[in-house]
Design a binder for this molecule. Structure first.
Ligand code: BGN
Length: 379
């Protein structure tokens, strides 16, 4: 009898301890720590690709795809759909970003079943309050683009936006011109849809917090305020590089971006100066939210540092009205509506114009009379 009673006592004590442990673990802080430890024991780079096992996707802390699997698989009827809430319930805060080498575009497609041709999306269960186009200037960075698409699609879906992703690809091998590609991207995107906000986005920057909403402010917004490469701080007060957001009205008010910055550097500073010359100011999210991880890479071939940038920057006040959207010249070579983005290849020419005359080869040095005489002798 005595022993049965003590057995019951132990069993009740054991169950009690289990209950306390479970209660503690279910508290948010403990959940985060448990996820943290699980991540340590996982293979490196495995965290972001939680959907590798097709049947049982793991929803880990910071997984950008968490919650999205609960969305309806098809779009509802347009007439009876309510507006999306002002703050999306799908927003989760910090996102874990890593760059697993095995990622493929097919995997990105599989994980984004609601994205349609051309890289377009609208929320399946509500009418979006915002319509955002993402403009990505690009050349020889397919590897980076794949990672950006992997993170950007779910990031934007969590914000319940209607969106489209445009990659503006510079044709040929002439020096890269980021700002001119943005001008081409702006015009081509606006031809297709009445976007109310455009995000000008470097291909190698991955947003790390989905509270950094991809919607426009009443003034031009600099979104990439805290990058890992600058120690998650603004490198200087007027910095406007990486990712910025403007409405079509903002863009036209400042005559778009400059067309004449060939190579690395200065064009983003010029754009920042244009904002204030056009009577606007730069807004920014908080340092906590405007965080980005940069995909490491060497300086590109064909994007050498632009030695003219200092002189050009000193003249922005004189040039911004006559160089920009009102003077941009380019040719669309192709427009492809790919599953994850619209790929627009453009010829933006060179510093010598859209169709620079082919370089004539230097004339061969005239043969000396003496050499000719020698040659004749040999014969
Ligand atoms: C600045 C560059 C920017 C670049 C940032 C961050 C110039 C102009 C000379 C004053 N500006 O120095 O274009 O985005 O660094 O790398 O070089």
């Amino acid at each position: 009898m005595f022993s049965i009673q003590s057995k019951w006592r132990y069993l009740i004590m054991f169950l009690g301890i289990q209950l306390v442990v479970m209660a503690l673990l279910s508290r948010e802080g403990y959940q985060k720590r448990v996820t943290y430890f699980i991540r340590i024991f996982r293979k490196p780079d495995g965290g972001a690709l939680s959907g590798r096992n097709h049947t049982t996707p793991t929803i880990s802390g910071g997984d950008v795809y968490a919650n999205l699997s609960h969305l309806p698989k098809a779009h509802g009827h347009r007439d009876d759909m309510p507006y999306c809430p002002k703050t999306s319930p799908l927003i989760g805060g910090p996102i874990h970003v890593s760059f697993p080498s095995r990622l493929s575009l097919a995997e990105v497609e599989r994980k984004n079943p609601l994205v349609v041709r051309g890289g377009r999306y609208r929320p399946p269960d509500c009418v979006a309050r915002h319509r955002t186009a993402i403009i990505i200037p690009h050349r020889h960075r397919e590897h980076h683009l794949k990672f950006l698409l992997y993170y950007l699609h779910p990031f934007l879906q969590r914000q319940q936006l209607t969106y489209g992703i445009y990659v503006i690809h510079q044709a040929g091998n002439y020096t890269f011109n980021r700002a001119k590609l943005m001008n081409a991207g702006f015009r081509e995107a606006m031809k297709e849809e009445d976007w109310d906000c455009l995000f000008f986005h470097d291909v190698d920057l991955i947003p790390e917090d989905d509270r950094n909403t991809y919607v426009c402010d009443s003034n031009p917004k600099h979104a990439a305020i805290a990058m890992d490469k600058f120690g998650y701080k603004l490198p200087y007060k007027m910095y406007f590089g990486g990712v910025s957001a403007l409405t079509p009205l903002h863009y036209l008010k400042m005559n778009g971006f400059p067309n004449n910055y060939w190579g690395w550097g200065g064009e983003d500073d010029d754009i920042g100066v244009r904002v204030s010359l056009a009577g606007m100011y730069i807004t920014r999210p908080s340092l906590k939210v405007g965080r980005y991880k940069m995909i490491k890479h060497k300086l590109d071939k064909g994007n050498d540092v632009n030695p003219k940038r200092f002189n050009m920057l000193a003249k922005t006040r004189q040039t911004w009205r006559t160089d920009g959207m009102n003077t941009v010249e380019y040719e669309v070579i192709s427009r492809e509506y790919l599953p994850l983005y619209t790929n627009i290849t453009v010829n933006i020419g060179t510093e010598a114009g859209l169709h620079p005359p082919p370089r004539t080869p230097a004339p061969a040095p005239k043969a000396e009379a003496k050499d000719v005489a020698e040659k004749l002798k040999e014969k």
